[in-house]
Design a protein around this ligand. Structure first.
Ligand code: KIV
Length: 271
């Protein structure tokens, strides 16, 4: 008899069931094997291999420079660390907008080369054709509306989106388009909590918020932000659970000191 305990994997159906039961969905980003292992072991439901890797891993100012090859590298590393969570990968800027055939090719590459479970795409009506084509290949798609960082040069700022009625109405219409097209969930980023709540009530698929209040079906944060690795980024929606920048700096400072003082390695730390 095998003593190996089977893990019940999170699927897109699990998320729909969680929404039905009113159970909140917990999602975080990860970009590498070690962090993915930790957050999967901690019980995270969904891991997003976000194109925020462009910011927090590569130090770019925006998400625009990251490439499809780089996203696939991050996603494959994450997948190797995960037993339970659903792993969703951002299609990067330029890999799906405006050409549904190219969008499908990009999504297939992500699924084939990384082993991920789904892709995420930013936008509404304007990318409907690409979403449908990807879905028709059996690849689950998560939508992303509100502040969509790949459009930062159109918006001009990272301020809250959809505060005015016209943009709020458009966001709800887009959420309906994504639901009807067959997306399994939608991320809403940095919009008023009342609008997010209304969307979550109107739309039958799970709505996962970041800076969208507590009325939605789940929450997502960038791992490096909530662990306090990314100092200087302090939006109102961010709750920091650790202050790792200072902790790691302190530990490295102590190591440097020990080496300089010839305290490391000591007699029991050598062969
Ligand atoms: O890339 C990312 O990390 C994201 C989240 C902010 C939702 O898209």
């Amino acid at each position: 008899m095998s003593v190996h305990k089977e893990v019940k994997k999170v699927t897109t159906n699990t998320l729909q069931e969680m929404k039905r039961k009113g159970e909140k969905i917990a999602m975080l980003t990860a970009y590498d094997y070690s962090m993915a292992r930790i957050i999967d072991a901690a019980g995270i439901d969904v891991i997003l291999v976000g194109d925020s890797a462009s910011n927090v891993m590569a130090g770019h100012e925006t998400t625009l420079p990251i490439t499809l090859d780089q996203m696939i590298y991050h996603a494959a590393s994450v997948i190797r660390g995960v037993d339970r969570a659903l792993v969703v990968v951002d299609l990067p800027f330029g890999s799906y907008q405006g050409n549904s055939k190219e969008a499908l090719t990009s999504a297939i590459r992500v699924m084939k080369e990384s082993g991920a479970h789904a892709v995420k795409m930013e936008g509404g009506k304007e990318i409907e054709e690409s979403i449908k084509r990807i879905l028709s290949a059996g690849i689950p798609v998560m939508g992303h509306l509100g502040l969509t960082p790949q459009s930062i040069y159109k918006f001009g700022t990272y301020n809250v989106r959809a505060k005015e009625e016209e943009e709020a109405n458009r966001l709800i219409e887009d959420a309906h388009v994504l639901e009807k097209a067959g997306c399994f969930a939608i991320v809403l980023e940095k919009i008023p909590a009342t609008l997010a709540l209304k969307t979550a009530e109107e739309i039958s698929i799970p709505i996962i918020g970041i800076g969208a209040g507590g009325g939605v079906d789940g929450q997502v944060l960038v791992l490096h932000d909530m662990l306090g690795l990314n100092v200087g980024f302090n939006p109102r929606f961010l709750r920091r659970y650790l202050n790792l920048f200072d902790d790691i700096k302190g530990a490295v400072g102590a190591y440097v000191n020990d080496v300089k003082q010839k305290d490391f390695p000591n007699a029991s730390e050598q062969y």
